[in-house]
Design a binder for this molecule. Sequence first.
Ligand code: ZN
Length: 431
Amino acid sequence: MIFWGIVIFALSGCTPVSPADGDYKIRIPLDDHTGHYALQDVDLHTITDIHAMAGTTAVIYDEGSFNTYVDNSGDERIASADMGTTPSAHFIDVGGVLHPADFQSLAMSAAMYHFEYIKNFYDAVDGNKGLTFPRIVLMNVTVAHNYGHQQVNTINNAAFVPSLDMFWINPFNSADVPLSFNGGVLAHEYLHNVFMARFKAVSAENIKKGTMSPEVSLNLNRTLDVAEADDWGPATDPFADSQYPSDPETPIALTNKELAKVNSFIFGGLNEGMADYFGYEYSRNPGWISASLPTQSFRDLSKDKIFPLTAGGQQRLIMESYSGQGRNSGSGLDIHWLGSFFSRVLYLAAQDWGDLAAEQATITFMDRYSNIYSQQSDKRYISMGELVKLFFQDRKPSGSLCDNVTRMFSGELAGGSLGCGATLFSTGSPP
Ligand SMILES: [Zn+2]
């Protein structure tokens, strides 16, 4: 299995794509980097059948459906699947520019454009390592969640689904900008694919060496193969009204199994944070999420924020969040909320170091974190503060970057523990 993955990657990496093939000029709505969308003429380069929405970068299917159920661990799993049909996109040719003739054709064209450009964007940081092409994108896919006997269809959502190795874009029913138009949303989902591929590669190495933790090996499928990797649900900033936890937040004694669970929640949070950050780097708009999902605007990377939890508080609230509701929601924490603090760190690093340096540091961090996670996450708690320090392992923050990050994580990181700003945060003369 592992060996096959490596072979497939090697083959796909060598396949040349002629830029002259599959070129089309097409008119789609694009963000001007401030959240305002306007029609623009853009070029597609990898199309093999424009009406079927097929190309060497991505192939789109239309109106598939999946049924899911919730397993004993509270994770959602796929029970049955229908891939849907090959689309039939319609265009009006205006002087060599294809104008999509209906909404579905427009939505598919925009998604295809973004997948082409997002792939190129990740190439710049070796982000497509382990991915095969074309990527499969299911649009207008309905996902019926069977929570007990209650069936709920998914709308206004998008996901990368690790167990199926494909992307989903659900029907959009809202007055806001459709997710298929929003490059930030699609680059976010793509990051989940990038991170999962790297994590799988690192895990495979550790399995081969015999250094993968037993509980993590057992949970590998759970970590990677939850049915729906994302949830762009309603507003979930749990501390929006400053209801910070008042508990003294002493770390709690956890079994190995519980540690693996708590760490997998943090893993999910970091996955979301890195995805939000790359959504920004691709779209060049730190508030890319607000145009489509204004209730999630607490994830705008330009917003100043303070992480309100100590290491013990993180453990306690995560354990509470696992009370039967899965890892995306719960009694207090949401992985996207957790991730929004990490994305803010990456955003601040990018402002100080430049975008490419921060992107590359994030890719390096992914491999390093995957290595620690796969070997130790059932043995000890890997906290948010430790992960922030891990990101800065090769390059210490300085100046205002150091000040901002230390202030943001002051609940866990003492002054100077990042290797910077020790004097700024010292408490003065000893008694
Ligand atoms: Zn996500």
